[in-house]
Design a protein around this ligand. Structure first.
Ligand SMILES: [Zn+2]
Length: 360
């Protein structure tokens, strides 16, 4: 049931002035198909058309706008929710963005926990249940969740499924022929692009959950301000590394967007997906690159095995060159909940701290 207070907030969310609605009581008559509101004003029950007429006569055009906004907000959605919205996200980064938007007003489930590699991840039986129960599903797209692409394709015919990468303008994506879609999927490492993704997620949720739309809008505003500050801070921190030392060598090419946005050269052993094989030649080439560029540290990723990079360090050693592991970076997964890497902002900060400590 929508309270008059919630009604008012719906209207305010749509840019109207706060309007006197204290004695206007609405209840949702039918939720699933054609949504109709039955309105009781001073104990008289009327239908929507009659309500329009009556409101107009009683209060003039402003309250007519209220009823219009109600019709709009319902027709925009396939469903209206009389329960907490169940939202499922694939990666921790997407789940964290959603939690920052909805706080405790919706139920948010993240399928891929700390250290989980989305390129290799397969949906479990438990995941299928969570996906079936979801009102809205968000995934990264651009084939990041390679093994789940078919699942989302099928589900999108039945329910609301959104790829957050759809919000990014094609011209801002990094082309990479090594990936099935021809595009690098690691969009979250350019904080400016992630801001666009968060805005997109928020817009979807505001339409899906009109009761909380204003609240989501306010939370999004606050979170985007934090992301904006994060972008500025990352840029300043990376700039402090002398240009010649500004080279980020990792296990797989997850940092292409990071490199573009913050002016640091990136090089991965394994390509943009951990699915792709790497061979002896890749190790030899990377060893050559490290020695040639006089690189002092390379980085392990929390969601990718460290062994291949150890082969690179060994290769350098055999050539009489010392390179060390500069630390662990969060690439395709966030850290444990109680750690710095347990949020998107925290994972980016932790990475920048690790990179600057090792390379400066
Ligand atoms: Zn990756």
């Amino acid at each position: 049931m929508k309270s008059s207070r919630q009604l008012t907030s719906d209207v305010v969310a749509k840019g109207f002035d706060t309007i006197h609605t204290t004695h206007l009581k609405l209840r949702t008559a039918e939720l699933r198909t054609q949504i109709r509101f039955v309105v009781a004003i001073d104990g008289v029950t009327i239908d929507l058309q009659k309500m329009n007429d009556l409101l107009y006569r009683l209060y003039g055009k402003f309250l007519l706008l209220i009823s219009c906004s109600l019709v709009m907000s319902c027709s925009e959605n396939e469903q209206s929710y009389n329960h907490q919205l169940h939202i499922v996200a694939t990666t921790g980064m997407i789940g964290d963005a959603i939690k920052n938007i909805v706080k405790d007003s919706a139920d948010v489930v993240t399928l891929m926990g700390p250290g989980v590699d989305p390129h290799l991840y397969k949906a479990t039986r438990g995941d299928s249940k969570k996906l079936n129960e979801a009102d809205v599903i968000f995934y990264n797209g651009l084939h990041l969740e390679g093994k789940m692409t078919e699942v989302f394709k099928k589900l999108s015919k039945l329910k609301s499924v959104y790829a957050v990468s759809d919000s990014i303008n094609q011209s801002k994506l990094i082309a990479d022929p090594r990936f099935p879609t021809g595009v690098d999927p690691h969009i979250w490492f350019d904080v400016r692009l992630w801001i666009e993704a968060v805005q997109y997620i928020s817009e979807v949720l505001q339409k899906k959950d009109t009761i909380h739309a204003t609240y989501y809008q306010q939370n999004t505003h606050t979170y985007l301000q934090q992301l904006d500050s994060l972008h500025t801070a990352v840029k300043a921190a990376i700039q402090k590394i002398p240009k010649a030392q500004r080279v980020l060598v990792t296990a797989h090419d997850a940092f292409g967007y990071f490199g573009n946005a913050y002016d640091i050269e990136v090089r991965g052993l394994q390509g943009v997906s951990t699915v792709s094989e790497f061979g002896l030649k890749d190790v030899v080439d990377l060893v050559e690159f490290i020695i040639d560029r006089n690189i002092k540290a390379i980085f392990v990723e929390t969601s990718v095995p460290a062994k291949p990079l150890k082969a690179v360090i060994e290769g350098c050693k055999k050539r009489g060159y010392r390179v060390v592991i500069g630390g662990n970076l969060y690439s395709d997964a966030m850290g444990e909940a109680a750690t710095l890497g347990g949020t998107y902002i925290g994972m980016v900060c932790s990475n920048v701290q690790t990179i600057t400590n090792a390379l400066e």
